[in-house]
Design a protein. Sequence first.
Length: 113
Amino acid sequence: MKSMGYLLVILSALIAVVSQMMLKQSARTKYEVWWREYINPWVIGGYTLMVVSLIVNLLAIHMGVLAQEVSIIECINYLLIPLAAWMVFREPLTKQKMIAIAVIMTGVVVFFL
């Protein structure tokens, strides 16, 4: 049952990546009125997926995955989101970004070990 929880955490991380891409798409879109920047399908969908990601994480914790383990697995988002932005939006993956990602991931792992 706990192994299913780990799969749920990975699924949650992937859902969060999609959510971030939706929010990024909304930020890249120009709107005629200011309130459409906050109330549009991209934003509503992105935040809805964030809530789904949270619920999936809570379900994984309920299945026996420790919150500490969830945090470590979710750290993969620091790598997946820039990769997805590079693939979807053609954002550059600079050396500086890659070093920053490595430092963040190392810090998270060291902190939780």
